[in-house]
Design a protein around this ligand. Sequence first.
Ligand code: ADP
Ligand code: MG
Length: 253
Amino acid sequence: MAQIIALANQKGGVGKTTTSINLGAALAQAGQRVLLVDIDAQGNATSGSGVDKSALTVDSYDVIVEQTPLHDVIIPTDNYDLVPATIQLSGAEIELSNQEKREYRLKTALEKVRDDYDFILIDNPPALGLLTVNAFTAADAILIPVQTEFYALEGLGQLLNTIELVRQQFNPELDVAGILLTMYDGRTNLAKQVAQEVRNYFDDKVYETIIPRTVRLSEAPSYGQAIIDFDPRSVGAQVYNDLAQEVLKQYGK
Ligand code: ADP
Ligand code: MG
């Protein structure tokens, strides 16, 4: 049965999508069956997986709002299966706001395919709204990418509060999978200090793997490729393989 991991941080630009794509691809190339669910209306995980958004007729909006079966929406890509997102999703929160069981839409949908995968990754929007609550209600655990810069810890209290609220109301088993330090620039003392500060605060909840800032990682999405396909020998490919190994070990797979 799949381990369901939501990648979340209400800050934008911290590496949620980059990690969804590249961890997903690395897990798949390690032999795992992976489903990546894009629930950000930006659809960056969708285009970054090589899928042309303009050609789509159904997406995660249909799953969450219209309750369209996942099997009608899933697209196979090079490494994993994808539930795509488009700008259509931007209206979902308002449409859901007065509907019954609105927090459980994604959970209900994923339950039907859970046995078909080893990992289900959910790429979240930069917000703590109803879509993110759907992801947290469906997930076993949350992976929190944190950009290794001065304001790294800012906003994390609010994120942890939301996790606690979802635990109390919708999903008592919800866990924090780990904190992932991203965009690390080892040449600066600031990055080292911030990494230490995050480790002091979160202790062994921080993944050993640190994702450095590299140009290759930022180039891969425009080719619709994961870094391990785009540039298999790059540092970015290596660190996302390392992260995949850490996650496999964490879940005994
Ligand atoms: P989020 O999904 O949290 O908004 P993204 O994964 O889209 O964040 O990353 C934000 C931007 O930073 C993107 O342009 C992405 O290509 C770039 N980026 C992400 N991780 C790295 C990295 N390790 N090194 C360099 N650029 C990165
Ligand atoms: Mg994103």
